[in-house]
Structure formats: structure tokens, C-alpha cells
Design a protein around this ligand. Structure first.
Ligand SMILES: [Zn+2]
Length: 223
């Protein structure tokens, strides 16, 4: 496959913007639907954590939109304001997804452990690989170009191991939402849609990185 760098940028831009639009669309749609439990995202999170015996995990509200995350170091579930105080299907779905990560951490879920273990190396590699690549291209040193590819592989490995972690957190979230028994099928389906579209952004990121890798390998071959 021999595509120009410009084509590559356009393709990845379309993938990135397309998935962003998809997640925002799904989130907005189900954010307008009141969840039939009538509880906020924070309350849903507390219930799911307690149901798994995770009373020590705390929940806090953070600024921004779709900034929700779980920090395994502090054992804190952070929810964006809309999710924290929202009483929508979207709020419940995302709050429970973040709790899914807390449950993974508590149960020693292996892909999540692997992901956590490679974070420092990946941070280093993701900061430096592009400079190594440009240095290699500038000085016409194939060794440096190969080194940049190895560093880049670490970044891709991280993105690939992120996929099972994210899918599993959503699976745990949906599993818990179903046990509530208070949500009609349509709302469970809505929660599934929100979580699937959120997972798509991780798939898109991994796909984009793989495309760059293929391009990079093609480039080193032809030069
Ligand atoms: Zn997640």
C-alpha cells in the first residue's frame, strides 16, 4: 500500500472526527432521556460500587465534558458534572462504565494491570518517537527510523491493550444496569449505544495508529 502522507492525514482526520461526532450524538440523544430509576450518575455509581463491596472507592465531580475517568492510584471515580448530577440514561451508562474500571482494579483484571504497568514506558515513547523519526529522516539514518518505529510499537501496544479494558468495563456496566431491573429494554439499549460509541473512539485511535505504522513501514521500505 503506497498512499501519500496527505491522504493518510485526511483518512485519519475523517475517522477521528466521525467517531467524535458519533459519541457526542449518542451521548446527547440519551442524555435527554430520563432514566427510569430516577437517580443521578453519582448515585448509580455509588450503588454499583457498593454492590461490589467497593465502599472505599470515592466519587467526585470534575469539570469538563466527557472527562469521566477512574484513577487506580487514588481509587477515585471522577465524573463530569453532567454525569455526576444528571438523571439520564447517558449519565447512568457512563457512571457505571467508570465503576467498571474500579471493579477491574479491585479484581486484578489482567489487561487492566498490563495497561497500568506499561503506562510510564508508553508516556516516554509517545513523547519521543516523533523526534527520533524526524532526526532519522533529517540525517538519513535508517537506524534511528527503526528505533522510532520500535518506540511507536509501544504506543500501539498500549492502544491495543486499552481495547479489552474498555470493552470489559462497558460489559460490567451493562451487566450491573440490567440487574437493577428498573430499566425498560429501550433504556438498556440506549445505555449500550452510548457505551459502544464511546468504545469506538478507542478503536479509531488504535486504527489510526496502525495506519501510520503501515505508512511508516512502507516509507522505510521505499527509501
Ligand atoms: Zn473506560
Amino acid at each position: 500500500m503506497n498512499i501519500s502522507y496527505l491522504t493518510l492525514i485526511i483518512i485519519t482526520l475523517v475517522i477521528g472526527l466521525g467517531t467524535q461526532a458519533l459519541i457526542r450524538g449518542a451521548y446527547k440523544k440519551w442524555n435527554r432521556v430520563a432514566v427510569s430509576t430516577g437517580i443521578t450518575g453519582a448515585e448509580a455509581a455509588r450503588r454499583m460500587l457498593d454492590a461490589h463491596g467497593l465502599h472505599q472507592v470515592s466519587i467526585q465531580s470534575v469539570s469538563g465534558s466527557l472527562t469521566d475517568h477512574f484513577d487506580p492510584r487514588s481509587n477515585v471515580v471522577s465524573l463530569s458534572q453532567d454525569v455526576y448530577s444528571g438523571r439520564s440514561v447517558s449519565a447512568t451508562a457512563i457512571a457505571c462504565h467508570e465503576c467498571g474500571h474500579a471493579v477491574q482494579h479491585a479484581q486484578g483484571y489482567v489487561p487492566a494491570k498490563m495497561r497500568g504497568a506499561i503506562v510510564p514506558a508508553v508516556n516516554f515513547a509517545s513523547n519521543i518517537w516523533i523526534f527520533v523519526l524526524f532526526a532519522g529522516l533529517f540525517m538519513q539514518m535508517l537506524g534511528l527510523i527503526y528505533l522510532s518505529i520500535i518506540l511507536y510499537l509501544a504506543v500501539i501496544a498500549f492502544q491495543l491493550v486499552t481495547l479489552p479494558v474498555e470493552f470489559d468495563a462497558s460489559r460490567r456496566a451493562l451487566g450491573y444496569i440490567k440487574t437493577l431491573g428498573q430499566l425498560p429494554d429501550q433504556q438498556v439499549g440506549g445505555a449500550r449505544t452510548v457505551l459502544r460509541s464511546a468504545a469506538l473512539t478507542y478503536v479509531a485511535a488504535a486504527l489510526t495508529s496502525l495506519l501510520y505504522l503501515v505508512w511508516l513501514l512502507g516509507y522505510t521500505r521505499s527509501n
